[in-house]
Design a protein around this ligand. Structure first.
Ligand code: FEO
Ligand code: CA
Ligand code: CA
Ligand code: CA
Length: 598
């Protein structure tokens, strides 16, 4: 069939060659346009961006830094809302002469706080193409900035627990801001799930935290010895709560999935404790056979885990009020994987075992539900705040940095990007993480028992072991490797409507010397494994997004941290305007209006 609908989906574009061009590059017959840049107006009264004279007050009204997850909500056939995560800040690219947070002036630290979080902006189609632009005139009732200081409600079973209480919030139910929001997802009821990842880097004073708090701080990567102020952004110089020697529980209030309603500007963001506290990469939903909602989540750290949450209650279409309660009760699981090939056949080289597949079975191991803990020595609230330690206790499978998830809209199979793990030794290689010194990462495919997202058992296979196809340790589902593009460090993933998997990367420069990219690959039929590069991003950037609109005519990508590795005085990127680098969101479309990928 034209465009490859049906059992053998395939792609219709010619792959972009790996390159080091300081620009977004797209295939022949495609075009692209910057939709919104760091500093562009979000609030109606936002001042014009002034690079040399930035203030926290201005940044709170302007588009934030380092765009990661992108989602799009159609308002009508001409307009829509873009949700964008602002994961973190590169102060050395934002402020001329910046050295570190201890030397920074306080206004720069305020800009940093305000440049984190997320943005909701109204965008409109540029007539007859997949180009979109920011709406800057007239009423924009939905436009909103969420920052590292926006008040949020803590909900679910851990809300109010002693581990979440602080001097500023003795009830343990309200926190200011969200930090390091990496990937995310949307819900069937139209909200955004935005996920706090490397929140550990914002705290100081761990060396003087109470002794009983230190093991848990360390398990989440928060330093508890040495000079914790050195090289830190020093948010504590503006808000003392970031100093753990004085406010040791503040760190327990970050690391959650945050729910935000883009269509309700008055909605107070909710930190959903029921989904656990980890370095949440993303959160991707799927409806179970019986109408409940499953959420797939990765904890992006070497040797950390894959999680699933399943709601207790059913999703009710159209009942906004009911659906707002769904993520506060249910069951939290962690994944345990078992390979089906003999251990001695998995030697860490990436060589396939004798059955020709890295595959096996798995179980979702219960950690807790909203009423009961299934982990000895942990209460429900302790499972939800010290989720990593609870998962350690049940012997979950240690993975190669689980990043984003996405289910195929065609088959229901669920895909996870495992970005890399150079610390895995040959002895630690197992069938689901089969390569030692895993520099390039791999892709995991999970088939739930009975194709039910609520199942507690599943089958799995590793369809792609990433890298240069000429490298023997790579595998592209058995496809002819002379016909595939190189890929390193898969990160964010999405699907097109035909069931092709789209993978953006964060690691090409360090491994291949060329720039990060967006790739597409069929995962069913004769072309399974035929991976092609669709776009590349500017110097220093990782490729985030990607989001393909419902009509399949636009893909949004977010080149994050363009210019990384340089400084204001010594830039390595001048994208997109030819002066200083600005993290931005870009739309890409086919010039003859074909669907993305064809
Ligand atoms: Fe923020 Fe795991 O990438
Ligand atoms: Ca096998
Ligand atoms: Ca990521
Ligand atoms: Ca995704």
């Amino acid at each position: 069939a034209p465009g490859g609908r049906g059992p053998n989906p395939r792609l219709g574009f010619k792959a972009v060659e790996p390159n080091t061009v300081d620009a977004v590059t797209v295939p022949k017959h495609y075009d692209h346009r910057v939709v919104i840049r760091w500093g562009d107006p979000v609030a109606a009264d936002a001042p014009e961006f002034d690079f040399a004279g930035q203030t926290g007050e201005a940044q709170e009204k302007q588009f934030g830094y380092n765009c990661d997850y992108v989602a799009f909500f159609e308002l009508d056939d001409r307009r829509g809302l873009l949700w964008v995560n602002h994961e973190y800040t590169n102060e050395e690219l934002m402020f001329d002469g910046y050295t570190d947070g201890s030397a920074a002036d306080l206004e720069q630290i305020k800009v940093g706080l305000a440049a984190h979080g997320g943005s909701i902006v109204e965008i409109e189609r540029v007539r007859a193409t997949g180009a979109w632009k920011l709406v800057t005139k007239g009423e924009r009732p939905y436009n909103r900035r969420i920052t590292a200081t926006t008040p949020m409600r803590i909900t679910g079973p851990a809300a109010g627990h002693r581990l979440l209480r602080t001097q500023d919030d003795p009830a343990g139910t309200e926190v200011l801001g969200m930090l390091n929001n990496c990937a995310g997802g949307t819900t069937p009821w139209g909200t955004v799930l935005t996920c706090e990842e490397n929140f550990n880097q914002y705290f100081v004073g761990g060396e003087d935290a109470p002794a009983e708090a230190k093991p848990a701080l360390r398990r989440y990567g928060i330093a508890t010895s040495g000079d914790t102020r050195e090289g830190n952004r020093r948010f504590d110089r503006v808000q003392e709560r970031f100093d753990l020697s004085k406010h040791p529980n503040e760190a327990n209030r970050f690391g959650y999935v945050v729910e935000i309603d883009p269509l309700d500007p008055t909605y107070k963001p909710r930190k959903r404790t029921m989904l656990g506290r980890i370095k949440h990469e993303g959160a991707t939903t799927r409806i179970t056979e019986d109408g409940r909602v499953a959420v797939y989540m990765g904890d992006d750290e070497r040797f950390d885990y894959i999680y699933k949450f399943v709601t207790a209650k059913r999703y009710r279409e159209g009942s906004r009020r009911h659906n707002d309660t769904l993520l506060d009760s249910g069951t939290l699981y962690v994944a345990r994987f078992t390979g089906n090939s003999p251990d001695e056949e998995i030697d860490g080289s990436g060589a396939l075992p004798s059955d020709g597949r890295f595959d096996g079975s798995g179980e979702w191991v219960r950690l807790c539900d909203n009423e009961r803990s299934y982990v000895e020595g942990f209460s429900v609230a302790e499972v939800l705040v010290h989720t990593r330690q609870a998962a350690d206790a049940v012997g979950a499978t240690k993975m190669d940095r689980p990043e984003d998830f996405e289910p195929s809209p065609v088959t229901g199979k669920v895909y996870c990007a495992l970005t890399n793990n150079t610390a895995r030794t040959p002895e630690q290689a197992d069938e689901v993480n089969p390569r030692a010194n895993n520099k390039f990462g791999h892709v995991l495919e999970i088939t739930e028992k009975g194709d039910d997202a609520g199942a507690t058992a599943f089958g799995w296979i590793v369809p792609i072991v990433c890298g240069d196809p000429e490298d023997e340790s790579t595998y592209f589902a058995g496809y002819d490797k002379s016909k595939v593009s190189p890929i390193s460090s898969p990160d964010n993933v999405t699907f097109d409507a035909r069931g092709n998997l789209w993978i953006s990367t964060d690691g090409h420069p360090g491994t291949f010397g060329n720039h990060d990219a967006l790739h597409a690959v069929p995962v069913e039929g004769r072309h399974r494994g035929e991976l092609r590069t669709f776009a590349t991003v500017p110097a220093g950037a990782e490729c985030c997004g990607p989001y393909i609109t419902q009509d399949q005519k636009t893909v949004f990508i977010a080149p994050q941290h363009p210019g990384d590795g340089g400084t204001v005085a010594d830039p390595v990127s001048t994208w997109p305007d030819g002066d200083f680098p600005r993290p931005s969101v870009v739309s890409i479309w086919h010039t003859k209006g074909k669907d993305i990928g064809f």
